[in-house]
Design a protein around this ligand. Sequence first.
Ligand SMILES: [Zn+2]
Ligand SMILES: [Zn+2]
Length: 255
Amino acid sequence: METLDLTVLGCWAPYPRAGGACSGYLIRSGETSVLVEAGHGTFGRLSGIMNFRNLAAVVISHYHPDHSADLSCVRHAIGGAIRDGSRKELLPVYAPDEPSDEYGRLASYREAFTVHPVDQLPFIDGHRGVRIGSLDLSFLPTRHNLPCYALSLASEGKRIVYTADSALFPDLVDFSRGADLLVAEASGYHSDWEYLHRNHLTGRLAGELARDADVGRLVLTHLWPEYDVGRISDEAAAFYGGRLEAAEEHKTYQI
Ligand SMILES: [Zn+2]
Ligand SMILES: [Zn+2]
């Protein structure tokens, strides 16, 4: 049976701690490697782990720069590899088609990417989805101040759900239900709720989501660099009694 791995390339938002990186996760299942998010500083981290020429696809949840800034690095690296013959195919990128100026810029990188708007993927079991190598991806539109998608990645009965940026809402609970690993944003303390709740989860809300969705394990991410990560974890743990930790850069979580 193949393993399903998630390696944290970066976990800070909306700017990194010194020496850190913003949102980026490398998902590996057998021979299939998918980069989920390309926030600031993530491409260098990716290159330290694998040959970027072997990426099967990139997924971008939305166009806030802490999730997408390093797409320009990926573009130049893949474009160069195609020119020098060290990679043959364009790299598939799955991303929202809104805002249209952001999508248009991404779609113009034709020397490197084939861009697939998530909203044009076929429905599979009620959600937009695509199979990439041995991974089944499905998407859920979230509640955020830009069009944004949560992501489910499944392989051989194992499943990771990543919330991307989102308020808590019932469909997100259903989408996350029974995941072996839930990677949930936890952008602040619950005392920030008034400021965050329309667009983001707090540690407590991530804990409530993990509890209500009955997931096997919770990793908190999208962390405000100035905050005490231990306090955010404690706020989540007050609502979720399962295995829980804050994301650590470079760490691999194996399902
Ligand atoms: Zn965002
Ligand atoms: Zn963000």
